[in-house]
Design a binder for this molecule. Structure first.
Ligand code: APR
Length: 239
C-alpha cells in the first residue's frame, strides 16, 4: 500500500458501500436492474410514457430507504473526514442518505437524492419522505403532474460536475468504493484523477470494469476493507 503523504482525498462511492446496510445494488445478480428495465423506470422517456409506473418504483424504493442504517464503511469514511489532517471530499452516486447519517459533512450527491422531489416546471426542490403520485401538486407553482424524484436518470447530466472536476484536478489521492464502473461520467473519474497526478485506489467486492486503471486495488466487503484502509491512511498521516 502506498504511504506517500496526501493533502486532498476525493472518494467516489457507489451502491456497493450501502449493500451491507441492506440497500440493493444495481448490477449484481439480484440487483435492481435484474428486476426492472432501467429504460422504463430511470429515463426521462420512461417517465413521459408512464409516470405512474416510475413514481410507484420510487415510492417503493423510498420506503425501503426508511429503515436503513449506515454500516462500518460509511462510518469509516466519516471518521477519515473528521481525523485526516487534510481535505476529504465525498462524491456519491448513491441516492440514499447513509453518508449523511454517518456524519459525513462534505458530500456531493451527483445522482440526486431519493428523499427529495423536484418540480419539472419551476425547479422547486424539497425533502420528501412519503409516497406521491402523478397527480401531486407542486407547493410552489401549484401545477399538478410536474413532480418527480430528485434523482438523475440515464440520459440526464449528473449534478455538480464542474465542482467535481475541480476537486479531481486538485486531489492527490482518489479512492473509489463499491462501484462497478459501468456508468459515466463517474466511471471516468479515475482517469481524470490520474491525469492530475493523483494516486488511485479501488475498494470493491470484485474487480470493477475499470479496475486496471487504478494504481492499487483491494477487493472484499466494504464493511471490512474500508475501515482497514482508513486506519492505514490515518496511521500514515499521523506518523
Ligand atoms: N462491498 C463492496 N462492494 C460491493 C459490495 C460490498 N458489500 N456488494 C457489492 N459490491 C460491488 C459490486 O461488486 C459492484 O461492482 O458494488 C458494485 C455495485 O455496482 P452497481 O450495482 O453497478 O452500482 P453503481 O456502480 O453504484 O451504479 C452506478 O448506475 O443505475 C445507476 O444511477 C445508478 O448510481 C447508480 C449507477
Amino acid at each position: 500500500m502506498s504511504t506517500r503523504p496526501y493533502s486532498k482525498i476525493v472518494i467516489l462511492t457507489g451502491a456497493g458501500i450501502s449493500a451491507e446496510s441492506g440497500v440493493a445494488t444495481f448490477r449484481d445478480p439480484k440487483g435492481i436492474w435484474a428486476e426492472y428495465d432501467y429504460q422504463d423506470v430511470a429515463t426521462p422517456e420512461g417517465f413521459s410514457r408512464d409516470p405512474a409506473k416510475v413514481l410507484e418504483f420510487y415510492n417503493m424504493r423510498r420506503k425501503l430507504h426508511g429503515d436503513v442504517k449506515p454500516n462500518a464503511a460509511h462510518v469509516a469514511v466519516s471518521r477519515l473526514e473528521a481525523e485526516f489532517p487534510g481535505e476529504v471530499i465525498v462524491v456519491t452516486q448513491n441516492v440514499d442518505a447513509l453518508h449523511e447519517a454517518a456524519g459525513t459533512q462534505t458530500l456531493i450527491h451527483m445522482h440526486g437524492e431519493i428523499l427529495k422531489r423536484l418540480c419539472n416546471a419551476c425547479q422547486m426542490r424539497e425533502t420528501w419522505h412519503d409516497d406521491f403520485d402523478a397527480n401531486a401538486q407542486c407547493p410552489s407553482c401549484e401545477l399538478r403532474g410536474t413532480l418527480r424524484p430528485d434523482v438523475v436518470w440515464f440520459g440526464e447530466m449528473p449534478y455538480h460536475m464542474e465542482k467535481i472536476g475541480a476537486h479531481l484536478e486538485s486531489a492527490d489521492l482518489f479512492i473509489s468504493i463499491g462501484t462497478s464502473g459501468h456508468v459515466y461520467p463517474a466511471a471516468g473519474f479515475v482517469a481524470e484523477a490520474r491525469r492530475s497526478g493523483a494516486h488511485t485506489v479501488e475498494l470493491n467486492l470484485e474487480p470493477s470494469e475499470g479496475a486496471s486503471l487504478f494504481h492499487e486495488t483491494i477487493h472484499g466487503k466494504a464493511g471490512t476493507i474500508v475501515p482497514a484502509y482508513v486506519d492505514h491512511l490515518l496511521e500514515a498521516a499521523t506518523r
